[in-house]
Design a protein around this ligand. Structure first.
Ligand code: NAG
Ligand code: NAG
Length: 645
């Protein structure tokens, strides 16, 4: 029995507020032969049938739940029926055979186990995903469960991956392997995702692997040694040339282990990750080995994909961040950056005047830096298509890059996903895990039992300098999804679902004092259309392209926002050359206006890229807005009052 001491309770609550979500329960759910599956309140069903492609199989889905009053799951494993479970008392077995067939047939049963025992693992499981293929691309935050979920029964190759938060046990051994394909693993070793020879036409794939063995000494340093350079004393060579065969140069990794003691256990290397791209950002808590592992001459110019190894020595807690608060004058300023279309490479310039000095992503970065300098916002909202849908070989690296100018200024930031963000190697869920490791991010997955990734709200408090802060404004963030699943017409956009809208209404009702609010999402809702031209005078700004919202359907987001009652303004992105705000039924529907030179625009037609600013004043009672153009002066246009009493 747990005695709930009030002080412990408060401490616990504080802790929970500063941690990102973790998973507290999982279920394997079997469906009937008409594929009707029971649903469980509070759980999210992962979309992949774990028996996908298997003849005579029952559909099985993994359901996951987050209940922050429960302890986190800290580790997972899958074992065939004939393998013995080590430390069985510490594991819970899910009583559904992952290989369950609808007809009795001889097969090996596969069992999924989880543990909450912190002596097995102290790291809460924050995400579980299922991927198809023998060696799918997966975010560096994830660990592979090394069992094909359809082992021995045919069907699709499916693997489960999960991520864990917190300080990890140090790595104790590193190796590498060359293979003809990306299906390159070593039993008992964790793979560092990403082929070190990517982009090389002739040659092998090369992967790094590591082990965490608590009986061994921790690895405390790694270096890359080129050609005839001399390795440092006392280091161990990883006995595989990372430049594969048929390449002129040799690149070897060497690593040092140090005798196990509290210091080396704390400061040892906890993680390895690869980033692709020539000018990749060094993320918080990591350091970069400054040698292109795909280079041909002395670690400089490379063939193929520029490839850098990052190491995480020890574990650095994210900087502490207080709640968002109005300043002493009662002001709070938000900069919305829409459709930046960053890449992890140099990026491109689209639709620019012929005489413009444009350097791809660097130009967008300069623009953001100038905006931050000029407006000094209290919060930056990235309203989707933060990264491009093509020319991105590493969405994780592109994520570090788009947020870097804001992180450098220590400004809190919040993200919603667009339709392009997850078109590269990583899904929304994987991108979210990346953001959870980045400083000043307010982005959250949101409730697991409503559709989407990134449905959350952030409160802004009036700063009274007393312990009791008043909730004075609310920012809602909603996942507007991408394309409709049942249509391969790319222009058919998905819509915000009724569960999400109900959640907004329910949230608004839960606030003691219902302050004014704003809502951000990527794709405009249907009501941004003004097809009957009812609101031309209520519109400030331009509509240079069609409103590319989802089709009109039964669910009206505007009606839901009206019934929530607190939302005074919404702002989206998506249509880069629309930048208006239009009032409908007391709510201003705004566009950010495209901000990145890598996305389409109309700058070549004399219509510069732009970004929207919202200023909330009088501790939440008044909202004004304007835009700043991508030009030398960052010209301010379309100043307007969005809401006042
Ligand atoms: C379990 O069975 C599989 C095949 O059915 C076999 O490959 C494996 O070696 C067995 N493991 C043990 C521990 O017996
Ligand atoms: C972009 O900026 C980086 C870092 O400042 C620089 O090294 C690189 O050359 C720039 N790229 C272009 C295309 O200007």
């Amino acid at each position: 029995m747990v005695i709930f001491h009030p002080i412990v309770g408060i401490l616990l609550l504080l802790l929970l507020h500063t941690t990102h979500g973790y998973i507290t329960d999982i279920k394997l759910v079997t469906c009937d032969n008409k594929h009707a599956c029971p649903s469980y309140p509070g759980y999210r069903q992962l979309p992949t049938d774990l028996n996908q492609g298997v003849n005579d199989a029952t559909s099985i889905f993994l359901h996951i739940k987050q209940d922050l009053s429960q302890d986190p799951i800290t580790d997972l494993m899958i074992l065939p029926q004939n393998e013995t479970v080590p430390l069985i008392a510490k594991w819970t077995k899910l009583d559904v055979d992952l290989n369950q067939l609808s007809k009795e047939k001889d097969h090996t049963a596969l069992w999924l186990y989880y543990t909450k025992d912190t002596s097995v693992s102290k790291n809460p499981v924050t995400s579980i995903i299922i991927k198809q293929g023998t060696s799918p691309m997966v975010g560096a935050e994830y660990k592979r469960v090394p069992v094909d979920l359809n082992e021995g029964v045919g069907g699709f190759h499916l693997f489960m991956y999960y991520s864990q938060s917190g300080s990890k046990d140090p790595i104790t051994e590193i190796t590498a392997k060359q293979c003809f394909t990306s299906n390159c693993y070593i039993d008992g070793w964790e793979r560092v995702e990403k082929d070190l020879n990517k982009g090389i036409i002739i040659g092998m794939s090369v992967y790094l692997f590591y082990k965490r063995d608590s009986t061994q000494d921790p690895v405390t340093d790694v270096v890359a040694i080129l050609n005839d350079q001399t390795p440092p004393q006392g280091y161990t060579q990883v006995p595989v040339n990372l430049n594969s065969i048929l390449r002129g140069d040799q690149i070897y990794l060497w690593y040092k282990t140090s005798p196990k003691n509290p210091d080396t256990l704390r400061d040892g290397i906890q993680e390895l990750a690869i980033q692709f791209g020539k000018h990749v950002v060094t993320p918080f808590g990591w350091s970069k080995i400054n040698v292109d592992l795909n280079s041909d001459k002395d670690g400089k110019d490379g063939f193929g994909e520029p490839t850098y190894l990052f190491i995480k020595k020890g574990y650095k807690e994210l900087p502490k961040m207080g709640p968002l608060t109005f300043d002493n004058n009662g002001d709070f300023k938000i900069l919305q950056l829409a459709d930046l279309h960053f890449t992890n490479e140099e990026g491109i310039c689209r639709d620019i005047p012929p005489d413009m000095d444009c350097k791809g992503d660097n130009t967008t970065i300069k623009y953001i830096e100038k905006l931050l300098e000029k407006e000094k916002p209290n919060l930056v909202v990235f309203s989707g298509d933060n990264i491009n849908g093509e020319l991105v070989s590493d969405a994780r690296a592109a994520t570090f890059k788009f947020a870097e100018p804001v992180i450098k200024q220590k400004i809190p930031w919040a993200v919603v996903f667009g339709n392009h963000d997850d078109q590269n190697d990583l899904s929304r869920e994987e991108l979210l895990q990346v953001m959870n490791t980045m400083p000043y991010s307010l982005t959250k997955r949101g409730p697991l039992d409503i559709p989407g990734v990134g449905n959350y709200f952030v409160k802004i408090f009036s700063d009274t300098n007393t312990a009791e802060k008043t909730h004075a404004f609310t920012l809602y963030f909603l996942d507007s999804h991408s394309y409709t699943a049942d249509d391969d017409d790319e222009d058919e956009y998905d819509y915000i679902k009724s569960e999400q809208l109900d959640w907004v209404i329910k949230s608004a009702r839960s606030f003691d004092r219902k302050p004014n609010a704003a809502a951000f999402f990527h794709i405009p809702i249907w009501e941004y259309h003004d097809q009957d031209a009812l609101y031309p005078d209520a519109r400030l700004g331009e509509a240079r392209e069609d409103i590319s919202s989802p089709k009109k359907n039964k669910i009206s987001a505007l009606e839901a926002f009206k019934s929530a009652g607190d939302i005074r303004v919404t702002s989206c992105g998506h249509d880069h050359v629309n930048d208006f705000c239009m009032e409908r039924d007391g709510i201003q529907l705004c566009y950010g206006g495209g901000g990145g030179v890598g996305g389409y625009g109309a700058e070549h037609l004399g219509w510069p890229r732009r970004s929207r600013i919202f200023k909330i004043s009088e501790f939440g009672e008044t909202i004004t807005s304007w835009k700043r153009l991508h030009n030398d002066k960052l010209s301010m246009i379309h100043y307007q009052t969005i809401f006042s009493l």
